[in-house]
Design a protein around this ligand. Structure first.
Ligand code: GLV
Length: 319
């Protein structure tokens, strides 16, 4: 029987799977586990099931000890894990790709609609008890039909967002490190372009690339300045891909028309300049937040853990 430390609350279905054959020490607190408590609990763990709010670095791996075999992240993004440090210690790291693709694309598209149709502004106006009535020029937004969506990072979530955009009558361009399956690109009627061109021609730019040193502040003042002043930026990937201060300035100056953000540079903090703006929709990292999706993510994380503890290849390793 191995010892599995789970760093936060996860669905019972996943805990049941783990408990069937292992000793499970799961943090049950409503608040995130504190760093000190985490370092203490992981001592002697054979597996760590981690949430994206926990930093898995050399200090944590050393606190766990040399018997640690796997860090199983309950997220597709794994920028919270120092993968080279895991590899150096022969610790397998895994993530949960695939199962949250559609849910995250739904949130991306929700934010596209919120931003372009000014839904947040309308909601705030009613809740503030302000007088309003239907008006020919009241809260006019921007149509999606015939406009161009620029997808930055054309993996599963980027493709799922593009499929939704196609159903809304949008043209698709994308930027991607690697070429995608030509039949998928063709079905979407999409064209691969460089980031510069994508930013210059898109009416909506949606970010779906992983976060790392090469994508830190990928979108900053210089890039925002090349976008159309009628364009919108949506980020459901990771906060630090966008320079939030530069975005707030671009939104304030009318350099772009609006934005929708599900992720933030210093979560859970939101840059105070963004909070003052009407033309940005802000939601609290809800990309994968459905009962079904979170259950599938946690179950996949449990399957990764069980495979490694059983001496097998896990379904979704990242190293
Ligand atoms: C959520 O942000 C994830 O990476 O799964």
């Amino acid at each position: 029987m191995s010892r599995v430390v789970v760093t936060g609350r996860i669905p019972e279905a996943a805990l049941d799977k783990l408990r069937a054959s292992h000793e499970v020490d799961a943090w049950e607190g409503a608040e995130s586990i504190g760093r000190e408590e985490l370092l203490r609990r992981v001592a002697g763990a054979d597996a760590i099931v981690s949430l994206l709010t926990e930093r898995v670095d050399a200090e944590l791996l050393d606190a766990a000890g040399p018997q640690l075999k796997i860090v199983s992240n309950v997220a597709v993004g794994y920028d919270n894990i120092n993968v080279p440090e895991c590899t150096e210690r022969h610790v397998i790291a895994t993530n949960t790709p695939g199962v949250l693709t559609e849910a995250t694309a739904d949130i991306a598209f929700g934010l596209i609609l919120m931003a372009t149709r000014r839904l947040g502004e309308g909601e705030r106006l009613i809740r503030a008890g302000q007088a309003w009535k239907w008006g020919m020029f009241f809260l006019l937004g921007s149509s999606l039909q015939g406009k161009t969506l620029g997808v930055v990072g054309m993996g599963g979530i980027g493709q799922a967002t593009a499929r939704r955009a196609k159903a809304f009558g949008m043209e698709i361009v994308y930027q991607s490190r690697s070429e995608i399956d030509p039949s998928i690109a063709e079905d979407l009627g999409s064209r691969r372009v460089e980031l510069d061109e994508l930013l210059a021609i898109s009416d909506v730019v949606s970010l779906h690339c992983p976060y790392g040193p090469s994508t830190h502040h990928l979108i900053g003042a210089e890039q925002l300045a090349t976008m159309k002043d009628t364009a919108y930026l949506v980020n459901t990937a990771r906060g630090p891909i966008v320079n939030e201060a530069a975005l707030a300035l671009a939104l304030r100056e009318g350099q772009i028309a609006g934005a929708g953000l599900d992720v933030f540079e210093q979560e859970p903090k939101v840059h105070p300049w963004l909070l003052e703006l009407e033309n940005v929709s802000l939601v609290p990292h809800l990309g994968s937040a459905t009962v079904e999706t979170r259950t599938s993510m946690a179950v996949l994380a449990a399957e990764n853990t069980l495979a490694v503890l059983g001496g097998e290849q896990p379904p979704t390793p990242v190293n």
